[in-house]
Design a protein around this ligand. Sequence first.
Ligand code: 9WN
Length: 436
Amino acid sequence: MSAELWNSAAHVLEINWTGDHMVPSRKLYPHQWSWDAAFIAIGLAYVNPTRAWRDLRSLFEAQWPDGRVPHIVFDPATAEADYFPGPGFWDVPAYANRPARGSTGIVQPPMHAIAAWDVYRHASAHGANCAQEARTELEWFYPRLVAQQQYLTGRRNLGGGGLASIVHPWESGLDNSPAWDEAMANVPADLSLLTTYQRRDLNNADAAHRPTDLDYSRYVGLVLSYRAERYDDHDLLDRHAFAVECPSFNSILASAELALAQIAGELGLSAEAAAHRERAQRITAAIVKRLWNARTGTFHALDVKTGKLSPAHCVSGLMPLMLPDLPAAAVESIMAEAKSEKFGISELPAPSYDRTAPDFDTKRYWRGPLWINVNWLLRRGLLVHGFRDEAEDLRTAMVRLVHRNGHFEYFHPETGEGLGAPTFSWTAALSLDLLA
Ligand code: 9WN
């Protein structure tokens, strides 16, 4: 089984390679996405490390002068009509993407330091030339990764408590997660926007599996609001309708500081390494202070505009398990939540949302279906805290699922049926890592 899965995964990464970067899937997502590139690099490290670096570089060449790494970098060879919202709609200021291909003005979870460290660690297995290449790349990336973190912990510290706020659900990567339902209810919804702008995702996907038109009208409205001030972050909390601290986004932010500590150490920058470790501790402490609900025993998204925690139990609430400094009581509670009937893995990995919730939806994107990337992160957390058996069960469940059903974007959380794009890059890339 493993040779077959390995070959099919490598094949997906071959067909989705454009020559310069990887697309998540050819039809539905014809540009380059930020956190996808990081998961993809983690898999490419096994089959083509040079491409892993090229893909990450391609993304970071579009980094803004303020340090933000855009959530999509556009491919000029793809027509505006092939994806909405395209570069014309985002209309980012000219200074933003210096030599590059045009981008959006929002971010995604900063997985890239974790990916860069992973690709670097695997390079020596490919011989001396790859090791040399990896060293050069690590030196190129380090200051850029630091700038990315500084943007998120600085300008995006909208709540003032040391965490980064997302200002659009797309920034979480978990687009229509129930974690934002309450915060999104306060975002004006103007359905007439969708007569001006046309959704393109529905040309290549089942409407019952995607966010609704109501969601999209709010998504579009939020971009228009941010765009109106040229994606400036000053006073954003006052003038923008959505600002949320997501436990998954911020856990990745803290993990990225730990990866940067490793990278800085490798580059001989010991004072910087210590500073990164300290920042990871501070973010971890802020996650516990601001996002933990002792009554529910899990982490929730915080609506920074209202100061309220979301009541929803989402897979994002399990993500702080990635953090080595998480207090033992929180680790224990997350483990209880992960094993409960809400998320419990058996034959299948964890769903994106509480299986027992009345609005659990087996098909609609981040409102129930299961995704390989968040389960990969959950497994990472299990390993961080020494839950080796649980980590191995989860690994086996993921490998079995993808082997049986294919490299789909997401999966039905009860039957395992593949949903969304059929040859999806991060599913393939992370399968390689799970098999290695
Ligand atoms: C909007 C590319 C991206 C992923 C996100 C996923 C989905 C986009 C969309 O696809 O979002 O950014 O058009 O729905 O939710 O996690 O990065 O694979």
